[in-house]
Design a protein around this ligand. Structure first.
Ligand code: GUN
Length: 296
């Protein structure tokens, strides 16, 4: 079988167009412009690239955005003070602190300080708890929510499917497993969370109708780990050295794309698969945070 590509760019554009239209209505009917603050500590090149694409998308969709660049030497107390300012800023509805943070700062402490109603990343313990409970008033993390939308909008039947999530991170693997196992006609999957310590990892992956690779290792998923006709979602964005191109690296996923696409029925490319969905869901969450601010 030769796989059909899931076009994450096109699906993200669809969602962005919906968000932009909803923002126009919010501005005209309620005089509210959604505002997002993105905080970057240090100068990690991948983080710099993500943060500027978030800025550009805010401008495109008619959102207010504030970018805060802090030096790599910033202390935890200084960052907490900045977050407290943003928590009380009425023009800001969503706050995102780009991970990873320098080692002197505890990510847990930072994420727990962002007001839950502005936590558009969905990393605050209250939002993690709401996701676990199936309470849709919280915010789901953007990449997992993007994976869910890719499946729904590609007409993949999730209900009853065996989903294997490869990776158990707080940002991707664990929340993907919570979303897809939710009691809902858009979910209802049987989910296995597999990881580096799983016994017979290849065999577990082969039992998947839908395989979500989020393990952070370039080309980890080989063709013999994928069942014929499986749906493969590649969350990996890994920079590998490539001296033949000007920037010196290229982006590859966690899936060995060429051979795996000979077995899968549907597969996401890297880049152009899950990546654009993360930003689209961030914009959607920020719009929702602005709407919620009306009632509060
Ligand atoms: N670093 C990599 N992915 C993410 C994300 O979704 N949110 C934040 N805040 N940092 C990240």
């Amino acid at each position: 079988m030769s796989a059909r590509l899931i076009d994450g760019k096109a699906i993200a554009e669809q969602i962005n167009a919906e968000t932009a239209a909803a923002i126009v209505r919010l501005k005209t009917e309620r005089k509210i412009t959604p505002g997002l603050a993105v905080v970057l500590v240090g100068e990690n090149p991948a983080s710099l690239a993500y943060v500027s694409s978030k800025d550009k998308m805010c401008a495109r969709l008619g959102m207010h955005s504030v970018r805060i660049n802090l030096p790599a030497t910033t202390t935890q107390a200084q960052l907490l003070a900045k977050i407290n300012d943003l928590n009380s800023d009425r023009t800001i509805h969503g706050i995102l602190v780009q991970a990873p943070l320098p080692s002197q700062i505890s990510e847990e402490a930072i994420f727990a300080t962002i007001t839950p109603s502005k936590d558009v990343d969905g990393f605050h313990p209250l939002n993690v708890g709401k996701l676990a409970l199936g309470d849709e008033t919280g915010f789901a993390p953007c990449t997992p929510a993007g994976v869910h939308q890719l499946l729904i909008r590609s007409d993949v039947k999730i209900e009853g499917a065996h989903v294997v999530v490869l990776g158990r991170s707080r940002i991707v693997g664990r929340p993907v497993s919570l979303i897809l196992s939710q009691k809902s006609s858009n979910a209802n999957a049987t989910v296995t969370v597999a990881h580096s310590r799983s016994r017979d990892l290849a065999g577990v992956c082969r039992s998947a109708d839908i395989l979500v690779a989020a393990i952070g290792v370039p080309h980890f998923v080989k063709a013999d780990m994928v069942r014929d006709g499986a749906v493969v979602i590649d969350v990996g964005i890994n920079r590998v050295e490539d001296k033949t191109i000007e920037k010196g690296y290229r982006l590859v996923g966690d899936v060995d794309f060429a051979p795996v696409s000979q077995k899968a029925s549907l597969i996401t490319p890297v880049p152009g698969g899950v990546g654009p969905m993360t930003i689209a869901m961030l914009m959607h969450n920020t719009y929702r945070a602005a709407v919620n601010s009306i009632a509060s």
